[in-house]
Write a protein that binds this ligand. Structure first.
Ligand SMILES: [Zn+2]
Length: 407
């Protein structure tokens, strides 16, 4: 590395360590920010010589990044931004901290994918899904898909690993010469009823989808979630035993195995590694407190709420909603979530800065609930046994802090 990059990298590591020691998170954002101030090409310099995979999408990218890094670990040390700092400052910090590694797997915010591709020259890019998120500032889904499509068109050498079940993802990737398709299912359809190519409607039947006005349709997937496992491109089925709940995580596992395969990891080698992932920055963590087994589920937007309802047991459930900067300030998306699955008689508690927004939504949706002011009050209001917690980003972090920053 050039001397300037070496200095910048060292200062970045020190700044991150000081920030961590001061108890201000994991320090990766500030560390990377300072490093990039000293050397604007630091990310490019740190990426040089590594075989890199990028993982992007609206939902599941932190988990899929962790699973991909675990699978790629078969081949050697892997640098990764495992705590979700997914913009260039976070990538810079992660690579500086890891030192020289042959591999890196980086989670990338959807909006930054083009820039991070330019700076890191990845071998592979995994595209998981696109749906509405952070309504006050995120791009419309079709605009996001267009950004990805343009970015990939500029880099035809990249191996793209893309979700065949999401029409918006398919449209953004279909022009690339090297695409491996995986099938992870798609429970949320409400951002892809209109073809991004021609504006006609998209129809769906038995797992297939197609545009009625142009040739855009679901491609045949090489990696497919089937029963409790994943079928690889050779047609071999592998039982995948995850410690993470839900069919959505089997889909994330399929994406991780398909991505690792681009680096030469065989499914039979990658699969056992996936079960080493127990929770991801608090997501899916289980904590026992006062006789309650508390499980944390992060849900940030309508698509991820649907997945959370699929994962959650029929048990007392605490919902917590904030609307601070990282969450997005607009909570009108609550009306895009159908809370009807909670009408089955399970006790529902609500809390968070915007609990009253949630209260109105649940009333309209016919879901009985009780408001609690604090997390402790929620625990006391629940009978012993499982308590499911479903929260959006900062609400999740608040509850995680109450549980001593459980990972
Ligand atoms: Zn069309």
């Amino acid at each position: 590395m050039p001397m300037r990059a070496k200095v910048a990298s060292s200062v970045s590591r020190t700044a991150a360590a000081i920030s961590r020691a001061a108890g201000r998170g994991d320090g990766s954002v500030i560390g990377g920010w300072i490093g990039l101030k000293i050397d604007p090409d630091l990310l490019k310099n740190l990426a040089t010589g590594r075989a890199i995979a990028l993982v992007s999408g609206t939902n599941g990218k932190t988990t899929t990044t962790r699973l991909t890094a675990a699978a790629l670990g078969v081949l050697g040390p892997v640098a990764t931004n495992s705590f979700g700092a997914n913009m260039p400052s976070g990538h810079t910090s992660a690579l500086a901290k890891a030192g020289a590694t042959p591999f890196a797997v980086l989670e990338v915010d959807e909006h930054y994918l083009a820039r991070v591709i330019d700076e890191t020259t990845p071998r592979a890019v995994a595209l998981l899904n696109l749906s509405r998120d952070q309504l006050d500032r995120a791009k419309e889904v079709a605009m996001m898909a267009q950004l990805w499509r343009t970015a990939l068109a500029d880099h035809p050498d990249i191996r793209v690993i893309a979700n065949a079940d999401d029409p918006m993802v398919v449209w953004s990737a279909v022009g690339s010469p090297n695409v491996t398709w995986f099938s992870a299912g798609q429970r949320w359809h409400d951002d892809s009823w209109v073809c991004p190519e021609c504006g006609s409607s998209i129809e769906r039947r038995e797992g297939e989808w197609w545009c009625v006005g142009c040739p855009l349709r679901r491609p045949r997937a090489q990696w497919v979630v089937e029963d409790e496992g994943v079928t690889d491109p050779n047609g071999d089925w592998h039982l995948v035993k995850l410690q993470l709940p839900g069919r959505v995580n089997l889909g994330n596992a399929a994406a991780a195995l398909a991505t690792a395969a681009e680096f030469g990891v065989r499914a039979i080698e990658g699969v056992p590694r996936l079960s080493s992932v127990t929770s991801v920055a608090g997501r899916y963590a289980q904590v026992d407190r006062d006789g309650r087994n508390i499980r944390l589920l992060l849900a940030k937007n309508p698509a991820s709420w649907l997945e959370a309802f699929d994962m959650a047991d029929v048990a007392p459930t605490l919902l917590s909603i904030n609307a601070r900067d990282p969450d997005g300030l607009d909570t009108s998306w609550l009306y895009d979530v159908d809370f009807a699955p909670l009408r089955d008689g399970r006790p529902v508690l609500i809390t968070g800065d915007r609990a009253y927004d949630l209260a109105v939504r649940l009333t309209v949706n016919g879901v009985p609930f009780r408001h609690v002011k604090t997390f402790d009050e929620a625990i006391q209001a629940s009978p012993p046994g499982r308590l499911e917690v479903i929260a959006n980003y900062t609400a999740f972090q608040d509850i995680r802090a109450e549980l001593d920053r459980v990972n």
